[in-house]
Write a protein that binds this ligand. Structure first.
Ligand SMILES: O=P(O)(O)OC[C@@]1(O)O[C@H](CO)[C@@H](O)[C@@H]1O
Length: 302
């Protein structure tokens, strides 16, 4: 079982506008979508759709926390959250004909004594793997992630910001930076695929058994102890990119559990991400046949 930990969940509010945003005028829209979100929660949503056993945990609070819980339960996503007194955040995506704007709140402040409740929740579910993903709420530092990773026999996967990633000290089975986070961890720019391969290789050597990096429209890479694999993105009509990295991670973890090979896992990640960018917000597309033709996708070793 894969348990996801989202320490700073969000309700994702997605608005679609027919025109570009302009200052000093009221934009009006008929469409408003609210999805339970936050990176770990999204991974659980996509894993359920891929028929992988999962449970989502993390901190939730107040009316948006209640909405998030109820909505996940209605959607059939197993969840077991820790209640906090602060309010879960509302993150907004505004889609205009030309642009995608994303505004994320920092979220509530969490007392670090609540971490023990997260660890107790994880222990109750005895997962083989724990995925800690998303930003940290105020009051929680990178050492909380090391604490979770060291607290039990589970393998731990992280998808956290580049600054947090750089401070982690425990053993991790996998990390999933995006291009900017990859650049931040190596303190340089990623201007080409070969920069990305070198950065992923360097990060892998710093103590992550595998590094899966999402490169947006350029595809994704996986650095393993032996090689760096690369798969280009599929050609799809992109509605928005919110949740694409979470979908990549869910696809990689689902396929690694099924076939165990890194090549197939990377292909599966890119295939699932390409389905998710074709729907708005962090709603879940049908992934029934998402993995059916993945052996036709290109993977190269570098
Ligand atoms: O502020 P964070 O935690 O880095 O990211 C949160 C978030 O942008 O990530 C998900 C998409 O990956 C959304 O569901 C959510 O709003």
């Amino acid at each position: 079982m894969i348990l996801t930990v989202t320490l700073n969940p969000a309700v994702d509010h997605t608005l679609q506008l027919d025109d570009e945003l302009t200052s000093d005028s009221v934009a009006r829209t008929d469409t408003a979508q609210f999805d339970p979100g936050g990176k770990g929660i999204n991974v659980s949503k996509y894993l359920v759709e891929l028929d992988v056993e999962t449970t989502a945990t993390g901190y939730v609070g107040d009316f948006l926390g209640r909405f998030l819980r109820e909505e996940l339960t209605t959607q059939g996503i197993p969840n077991d959250f820790v209640e906090i007194s602060g309010c879960t955040r509302l993150n907004t995506t505004i889609l205009t004909p030309q642009s995608e704007f994303k505004i994320n709140q920092n979220g509530p402040t969490v007392d670090d004594t609540a971490l023990e409740l997260i660890v107790e929740t994880i222990e109750r579910h005895s997962p083989e793997m724990v995925v800690v993903a998303g930003s940290l709420p105020r009051g929680v530092g990178p050492e909380a992630i090391d604490y979770i990773a060291d607290a039990g026999p589970w393998e731990t996967v992280v998808d956290v910001g580049g600054d947090v990633l750089a401070d982690l000290e425990a053993e991790y089975a996998l990390c999933k930076p995006n291009r900017e986070e990859l650049a931040a961890t190596v303190g340089g720019e990623i201007d080409s695929l070969s920069d990305a391969f070198a950065a992923a290789r360097a990060l892998q050597k710093r103590g992550f058994e595998r590094v899966v990096a999402s490169l947006g429209g350029d595809g994704a890479i996986m650095a393993t102890p032996d090689t760096v694999l690369y798969t280009p993105a599929l050609d799809v009509d992109v509605v928005d990119t919110v949740g694409a990295g979470d979908a990549l991670l869910a696809g990689v973890l689902a396929e690694r559990q099924r076939s165990g090979t890194d090549e197939a896992a990377l292909r599966a990640g890119v295939a699932v991400a390409s389905r998710v960018v074709a729907v708005s917000g962090t709603s879940v597309p049908s992934l029934d046949d998402a993995l059916s033709n993945i052996e036709e996708m290109t993977v190269t070793a570098h």
